[in-house]
Design a protein around this ligand. Structure first.
Ligand SMILES: Cc1cc2nc3c(=O)[nH]c(=O)nc-3n(C[C@H](O)[C@H](O)[C@H](O)COP(=O)(O)OP(=O)(O)OC[C@H]3O[C@@H](n4cnc5c(N)ncnc54)[C@H](O)[C@@H]3O)c2cc1C
Length: 367
């Protein structure tokens, strides 16, 4: 808060100082008489006029130079716009009371530098991206629960789709929104995918472009009594952001059940972290793992998630007045079978298992 207040007070104080200086200079420029023996303004102006006409004629007959100047002007304009957006995002972050400036800019791509790739399992790793030397005091600026957009740098080697358009993908940081100086992304590599093979081939020091955040669901503590998070595979990252944030809020009493489905046990992401959170908050978090292919002696649930499995793992008493909210994030076929497909960025009608169980549209959120 102190740095935010400092920024705002500097911003407020800076404006009159700048305008006073400009006004002073303007007054001096127009009101001061020319010193005796000083420059001959008449001659200078007529020479400038001749030079101006010459430059105009040169540009008229030299379209290449004209195009170059126009491109340069656009570039400078874009840079100025970027600067304005950057300052605006910092003011926004300060106004939100995050106490730190945001590294992400809502509608402008910002480069962050890869510092480390920590392998997690056979196809997933945690990627750390630094906000740079002057960003060590910055937070990402993402509220819970938000995603951000990622693309490769423009120019040679840029990852493009079949139509030649840049490939842009959303990701959910697994680092806390209060983390300063960097973000961590947990990314599952698809060998036949577009962006993730590029990312997994990156070396520390290389950069990706980031934009955002995209607020998916604005979490407020104690707005429901019990939350159910149903995740499949790498769909676990928004649930980790949401639930770890809720558990860390001292005033929050919301209880959580996580139902996390994977193909095999070795695909379970953040298992150590989930088990640790469940141990730290036994009265607030219950974790249930589900696998398609169970190993010998597996004590959890097996197979696809069904309405019967949901009501067994997250029972509801119809006569109780408790408020519940279910969150779903997983591969599109799983989302469809549990709650109906999403309609692009919109939620789409509630269908599938949750509808069958009597949940209302408001009680289910699809990431
Ligand atoms: C809000 C949100 C947050 C996300 N957060 C994370 C996260 O934190 N971590 C994470 O790992 N992922 C996350 N994802 C998924 C991520 O955005 C990418 O979809 C994923 O990384 C794959 O990208 P890719 O370009 O490598 O693969 P893609 O090129 O998208 O391909 C992925 C797979 O789909 C197949 N495929 C592609 N197009 C088709 C098609 N038309 N028909 C059938 N199959 C097709 C490919 O063959 C491949 O197997 C998130 C997604 C969303 C929507």
């Amino acid at each position: 808060m102190a740095s935010a207040a400092r920024f705002l007070s500097t911003a407020r104080l800076a404006r009159p100082t700048i305008s006073t200086n400009v006004a002073r200079q303007a007054r001096r420029g127009y009101a001061s008489p020319a010193a005796a023996g000083g420059p001959n303004y008449g001659l200078i102006l007529s020479l400038a006029g001749v030079t101006g006409i010459g430059a105009y004629a040169y540009l008229q007959y030299n379209p290449a130079a004209k195009a170059e100047i126009s491109a340069k002007a656009h570039e400078l304009e874009a840079k100025a716009e970027d600067k304005v957006k950057r300052v605006q995002s910092e003011v926004d972050a300060a106004n939100q009371g995050t106490g730190s400036y945001a590294a992400l800019i809502k509608d402008s791509w910002t480069p962050f530098t890869l510092t480390n790739i920590e392998p997690y399992n056979h196809n997933t790793a945690i990627y750390r991206f630094s906000f740079g030397e002057d960003g060590q005091d910055k937070v990402s600026g993402a509220e819970v629960a938000s995603a951000l957009l990622v693309r490769s740098p423009q120019g040679e080697g840029e990852v493009k789709d079949d139509k030649g358009k840049p490939v842009i993908r959303p990701y959910t940081p697994v680092s806390s929104n209060e983390q300063k100086g960097h973000i961590d992304l947990m990314i599952k590599e698809y060998k036949d995918g577009k962006l993730t093979p590029y990312m997994s081939s990156m070396k520390p020091g290389q950069q990706l472009l980031f934009k955002g955040p995209i607020l998916k669901f604005k979490y407020e503590p104690n707005t429901f009594d019990r939350g159910l998070a149903v995740a499949g595979g790498s769909g676990i990252t928004p649930m980790y952001q949401l639930i770890s944030h809720s558990l860390n809020l001292p005033e929050d009493k919301t209880k959580w059940t996580l139902v996390f489905s994977n193909v095999t046990e070795k695909d379970i992401l953040l298992r150590k972290e989930w088990d640790e959170l469940a141990k730290q908050h036994p009265d607030r978090l219950d974790v249930k793992y589900v696998v398609d292919k169970a190993p010998w002696g597996w004590k959890g649930e097996t197979g696809f998630i069904t309405p019967t499995m949901i009501s067994k793992l997250f029972p509801r008493t119809p006569e109780s007045n408790e408020k519940v909210k279910a969150f779903i994030c997983g591969p599109p076929p799983q989302v469809k079978s549990l709650a109906g497909p999403k309609d692009g960025p919109r939620q789409g009608e509630l269908l599938g298992a949750f509808k069958e169980l009597g949940y209302t549209q408001d009680e289910v959120f699809k990431f």
